[in-house]
Design a protein. Structure first.
Length: 127
């Protein structure tokens, strides 16, 4: 079965809050159906002298491999949206290929509609 790679960026008001939010989201994503793997994104910046390879990670950024099925992707994005609503602050940016979805202060119904439209762009309905 095919997979899609999802780039999920957690944005909060400071580095510590962003890091904590990212750890919580990482734990929640690992429990969702359709998620094959989740890991912090490696930083594209140059490591400082003395740093070991793989030591730097992009703050607040996770890469998740998902089963490439529309209903599973909807479920995972719905889980991200629910997590964001429970937090009540900050925002999450989701990118799959060239498609981007921003989850922030939307209601549950608004998030559902945004997620459905986003997934319809990724997996166009058969006509």
């Amino acid at each position: 079965m095919d997979t899609v790679v999802v780039r999920i960026v957690t944005i909060d008001d400071d580095d510590d809050a962003t890091e904590e939010a990212t750890h919580r989201l990482h734990r929640e994503l690992r429990r969702l159906d359709g998620v094959r793997s989740v890991r912090p994104a490696e930083s594209a910046t140059v490591a400082p002298d003395g740093a070991r390879a793989g030591e730097l990670a992009e703050l607040g950024t996770l890469l998740a491999a998902l089963t490439a099925q529309a209903d599973l992707v909807v479920g995972v994005l719905g889980g991200v949206g629910e997590w964001q609503r429970r937090r009540g602050r900050g925002r999450v940016e989701v990118r799959i290929g060239e498609h981007e979805l921003v989850v922030d202060r939307a209601t549950a119904d608004e998030q559902r509609r945004l997620i459905e439209a986003f997934v319809d762009r990724l997996f166009p309905p058969e006509r």
